[in-house]
Design a protein around this ligand. Structure first.
Ligand code: 4AD
Ligand code: MG
Length: 461
């Protein structure tokens, strides 16, 4: 079988030759003696037209093929310079490999993304989702390529863990206990000795703490895996299960971290523009009109940089525009993030040095004693796409912070050990993979860039 993608990319090798293509029917119309089937095989979102005539022995059967059927077509590829499509197949044989019922939900018309979410098992057969998930796959590959070319070690961090990296308490618990009959100790507390691991465990919110242990052995590492957050945020950018890329670099500070993040994002953008030009053009025409120009501009300019304190000053002057008014000490909301990147800087921006109170326990305290060496990268259309920091590498300061926040010292003994045995400056960040896919495709809802989304109240398939 030939891929339709190859036909479009290497026409000259196929025109005039007999080929075989397998795919799914997008439409089928016919007159008395001949018909046209538009077929898509998933390798390219431009479908291929198949012409069939009553010379074929199963002609009558072919005229009744429903949309969605799987067929295998053999015939000569003929150039059609006058038509919209550069070529078509003159069928010599069409085998119906799997018929489709007439109630196939994807008929030849535009379906809303909302509706397509209800049929996540079929939506990859539409042009938009074919392009989205192909680009998603390419981005994942580009990310591995970027880090592997730089000799970063890929670490698989565990999905089940006993710790809460971000300290936000937004975790899915993992247990083998019968929820209708939870064993209790005499003092009334839950008896975890009867649970599988003998202690409370949860799905990881981030691989960072485990990643740090490897960075302090291999110098440069990255993780790339699923993470889980039981955030009760029903927004277009939050999922309960999402993928994160978390590089961690030793003998490196916040500046090195930002340089890495910027070169990674630029690398991903160029890789995708180069390897999926048709898909990117498709997004630019049908999903987000300014996409390609915007991404091109990113490649040709430096990311903006601003401290949290400067950002607050800029935002305070515009407080009349916000639902949620800002002042020093508050966390930035999406509306503020988007204002900074879309209205003020008009490109990706790094915001650094946040108040320690609104950031995680592991971030390095700055000299001022009030802020930490944190960085968020904000991009137009989305807001935060990356969150990172230089890590606290001083044993005493880290321990003090753990106590201040009421965390249990024994839960972090491995983490403190890293500061006890050969502590080194180190930094890292987490790139939200789905937000990155949104950024590169212009898709506006995280539910439309993940094959089977898990969000508040939704866990289908
Ligand atoms: O800013 P976050 O919470 O940072 C961390 O987890 C650090 N441990 C990363 C590190 O320094 N190694 O999350 C990182 C990124 C966010 O910037 C965002 O892009 C994404 O993960 N993210 C989500 N994406 C989808 N749905 C959610 N609920 C997300 N929460 C975070
Ligand atoms: Mg964050």
């Amino acid at each position: 079988l030939v891929d339709i993608r190859d036909l479009f990319h290497h026409q000259e090798d196929y025109v005039g030759k007999k080929i075989t293509v397998g795919g799914w029917v997008r439409s089928n119309r016919n007159s008395k003696n001949f018909g046209f089937i538009v077929v898509n095989d998933g390798t390219f979102f431009e479908p291929l037209q198949v012409v069939y005539a009553d010379g074929l022995e199963n002609f009558q059967e072919l005229t009744k093929i429903n949309v969605g059927a799987a067929i295998v077509v053999t015939g000569v590829l003929e150039a059609t310079p006058e038509a919209k499509q550069p070529f078509e197949i003159q069928a010599e044989e069409i085998i119906i490999e799997g018929a489709s019922a007439p109630d196939y939900p994807l008929q030849k018309k535009r379906h809303s993304f909302e509706y397509l979410r209800t049929i996540s098992h079929l939506r990859p057969r539409t042009n938009t989702f074919e392009a989205v998930f192909r680009v998603r796959s390419l981005i994942a590959y580009a990310i591995h390529k970027f880090f592997q070319e730089r000799d970063f070690v890929y670490v698989h961090t565990p999905l089940i863990t006993g710790s809460d990296c971000e300290g936000a308490g937004e975790m899915f618990q993992v247990t083998t206990m019968d929820l209708n009959n939870i064993p209790h100790k005499e003092d009334g507390s839950i008896d975890y000795t009867q649970d599988f691991f003998g202690k409370p465990t949860n799905l990881t919110v981030s691989g960072q703490l485990n990643g740090e242990t490897f960075a302090l052995a291999f110098k440069n590492i990255y993780t790339f895996g699923p993470t889980f957050r039981a955030e009760n945020s029903n927004t277009t950018r939050h999922a309960a299960e999402f993928w994160m890329i978390e590089p961690e670099i030793a003998f490196a500070d916040l500046e090195d971290d930002m340089v890495l993040a910027e070169s990674m994002l630029k690398y991903i953008i160029s890789y995708v523009m180069e390897h999926a030009p048709e898909e990117m053009q498709f997004f630019n025409s049908f999903v987000d009109k300014g996409l390609i120009e915007r991404l091109n501009n990113v490649l040709h300019s430096d990311f903006a940089r601003v401290t949290y304190t400067e950002a607050i000053e800029l935002l305070e002057k515009n407080n009349d525009k916000f639902d949620y008014k800002v002042s020093w000490g508050c966390d930035l909301q999406t509306e503020h993030e988007r204002f900074l990147t879309e209205q003020v800087f008009k490109r990706p921006v790094f915001v650094t040095d946040y108040p320690k109170e609104i950031k995680a326990f592991y971030m390095k305290l700055n000299e001022d004693g009030k802020t930490v060496a944190a960085v968020d990268c904000l991009v137009p259309g989305i807001g935060e796409i990356i969150g990172g920091s230089q890590r606290e590498d001083d044993y005493d300061k880290l321990l003090e912070r753990i106590h201040e926040l009421g965390l249990k010292e024994e839960d972090y003994s491995f983490y403190l050990d890293l500061r006890k045995y050969g502590s080194a400056r180190h930094a890292g960040f987490g790139l939200g993979f789905e937000r990155c896919v949104m950024y590169l495709t212009g898709m506006a809802n995280i539910r439309d860039v993940i094959p089977f989304p898990r969000t508040v109240n939704t866990c289908e398939l």
